[in-house]
Design a protein around this ligand. Structure first.
Ligand code: GCB
Length: 582
């Protein structure tokens, strides 16, 4: 799905800002009373994009399980009246029903990917009422995975739901990313797929354009970063050859512009020429080994929760540079398109993950064989992979697809399930390696061999052998070797960490102190350095973040190397020094 751009043909109107907002008093109230049929009553101001949870000080809104309603006017300019108009949501978490002037025009499930709908048939020049019903409810058919139950009517209002979720981040909800209305000509460039390769000094750009409607042929030009023409072609599919290509390199990005004209339409896509491959021990970008240094992150900040914050994102990239990182994983869901575009421009490597998280809920009972994760989960998992691929396929920053985080891969049903998602993703994309992120041990895992890399989450001396730092080195080196011998794949440490309260100092080091986090990482890193098949390390986590309330979580997850307000803990300096050399 193409990102909406503005040029002499296409126009974009941003529908961000303050919307009217109302929470339902009982589940389904808005639908029963047809809140979409007339202007919303008893509303409060709500910013978009933002999570609604922490905007007010109303606990019942923060913890609400069910639907909330957003509404605003959309002005259609007179000179748009004969144009094709598309309404596009960057993301609505987790379910959306969209109405224009009281008529339902779109539905979407999945809280971290965009969706769009043509609106010309439903709007008139002048003012139009746009209403969006948003639900944060999750069940076994959703990613992330949750369990929805009826609340006990003895203690809760009739019909109220309770949501249990095992994923370790607060279930922020709302209209999280920009809402845009954009125009295209009637015959328009619908999709572009670019695959790049390198042959000696030549860069090869394999492109495929999908045009909807009747037009003359496509005209393709490739421009370098100075706007100079480097290659051109005619036709909706073909290969461009770029002599002496400037490659998109790690932390030294070079972007070309693929400029497409089809009939009246015009679209320009930034592209990077690069390849990604793996061997039994290494990850290679442009044929050169790269060691991934960076973090699992979260979209998370005060007040706006998971709402897009470009200032925060820009700052996070500055911190990534300060600490000498070159990569991150979009744990545990696709991040905003704006974040991916910044990675493209700045040469960061991204492991792009779908929200297949929270499926370890039933541990140690079987998941796949008990029908908890079954055909409906699998169907949505595949749809989400397709949507992720369609959104992110042209980003040079995306070097690996991560298909799930910590599923129960020892279950008898796990292999068949993972074969399905792996085959699905490989059929979509044959240019990027696939990873499964696991907390399982190799003796029990049944799916590792399907993937190109193994992502391991390991918390020795934290969740296991707590405060026994000496256990880390022997356990990790042993375990890593067994994983590598079994799969013959490079291993990446996708998570390791210890909760640390910034400013809490203890000598000798004890858990939750900054000193403990420093010693913890020194021991882990010593083990990683002694395993030649390890291709990267992502300490968990970049910054502290909000979680559901729980006795193991004091004001959220504190495993950040930075605090939630982005100040470094002592261990950040360990990595800054280490990564300047590694
Ligand atoms: C994990 C999860 C991550 C948690 C982390 C923790 O294995 O993948 O979502 O936040 O552990 O801190 O427990």
């Amino acid at each position: 799905m193409l990102f909406p751009i503005e040029n002499e043909i296409r126009q974009v109107k941003y529908l961000n800002g303050i919307w009217r907002f109302r929470k339902e008093g009982r589940l389904g109230q808005g639908f029963d009373e047809k809140w979409y049929d007339r202007p919303l009553q008893d509303w409060i101001d709500m910013p978009v994009p933002a999570s609604y949870n922490d905007i007010t000080v109303d606990k019942s809104l923060r913890d609400h399980v069910g639907w909330v309603w957003y509404e605003r006017e959309v002005a259609i300019p007179r000179d748009w009246q004969n144009k094709r108009m598309v309404l596009r949501f960057g993301s609505v978490t987790h379910h959306a029903v969209v109405y224009m002037n009281g008529k339902e025009i779109a539905r979407h499930k999945g809280g971290f990917l965009p969706f769009e709908v043509e609106v010309a048939p439903y709007v008139t020049v002048g003012s139009n009422r746009l209403t969006v019903a948003v639900s944060n409810m999750l069940d076994e058919s959703c990613l992330p995975y949750g369990v929805l139950k009826d609340a006990d009517p003895a203690y809760f209002p009739a019909g109220e739901k309770q949501l249990r979720y095992e994923f370790d981040f607060f279930n922020f909800a709302g209209i999280h990313r920009p809402v845009r209305l954009y125009t295209t000509p009637d015959a328009y460039i619908k999709d572009i797929t670019v695959k790049t390769d390198i042959c000696g000094a030549e860069g090869i750009v394999d492109y495929r354009v999908v045009v909807e409607g009747e037009t003359e042929d496509c005209e393709i030009t490739l421009l370098d970063a100075d706007g100079e023409l480097v290659a051109k072609a005619k036709g909706a599919a073909g290969k461009l050859r770029v002599p002496n290509a400037k490659l998109w390199e790690v932390r030294a990005a070079y972007l070309y512009q693929l400029d497409i004209r089809a009939g009246e339409d015009h679209y320009t896509l930034p592209i990077g020429i690069r390849t990604v491959t793996t061997t039994a021990t290494q990850l290679l970008v442009n044929g050169k080994p790269v060691y991934l240094k960076g973090f699992g992150k979260h979209e998370d900040f005060f007040v706006k929760g998971k709402g897009l914050d470009e200032a925060l994102n820009a700052h996070d990239y500055e911190l990534l540079k300060w600490i000498n990182a070159n990569s991150f994983r979009t744990s545990h869901y696709p991040y905003s398109e704006e974040m991916m575009q910044m990675a493209d421009r700045q040469g960061f490597l991204v492991i792009d993950e779908v929200p297949a998280v929270g499926m370890n809920y039933w541990k140690p009972e079987p998941v796949f064989t008990e029908g908890k994760v079954d055909a409906k989960t699998l169907a949505h998992h595949k749809d989400t992979l397709t949507e992720l691929y369609e959104r992110d396929k042209n980003h040079p920053c995306v070097i690996i697809w991560s298909l799930s985080n910590e599923m129960q891969t020892q279950d008898p049903g796990a292999l068949a399930y993972h074969e399905e998602i792996v085959n699905h993703m490989r059929a979509l994309d044959d240019t990027r390696p696939l990873m499964n992120v696991t907390d399982n041990v190799s003796e029990r895992d049944t799916v590792g061999q399907l993937y190109d890399l193994v992502g391991l989450n390991r918390y020795y001396s934290w969740y296991f052998d707590r405060s026994n730092l000496a256990s880390i080195y022997p356990r990790l080196t042993r375990e890593f070797r067994i994983w590598h011998e079994k799969t013959g794949k490079p291993i990446m440490m996708t998570e390791y960490g210890a909760d640390t309260i910034a400013g809490n100092h203890k000598l000798p080091e004890t858990i939750f102190s900054e000193e403990y986090q420093v010693e913890y990482y020194k021991e882990n890193n010593r083990a990683l350095d002694d395993c030649e098949f390890v291709c990267g390390e992502h300490p968990w986590c970049f910054a502290d973040f909000a979680t559901a309330e729980g006795l193991k979580r004091f004001d959220g997850n504190k495993k950040g190397l930075f605090t939630r307000d982005r100040q470094p803990k002592s261990a950040a300096f360990i990595f800054r020094e280490r990564w300047s050399k590694k």
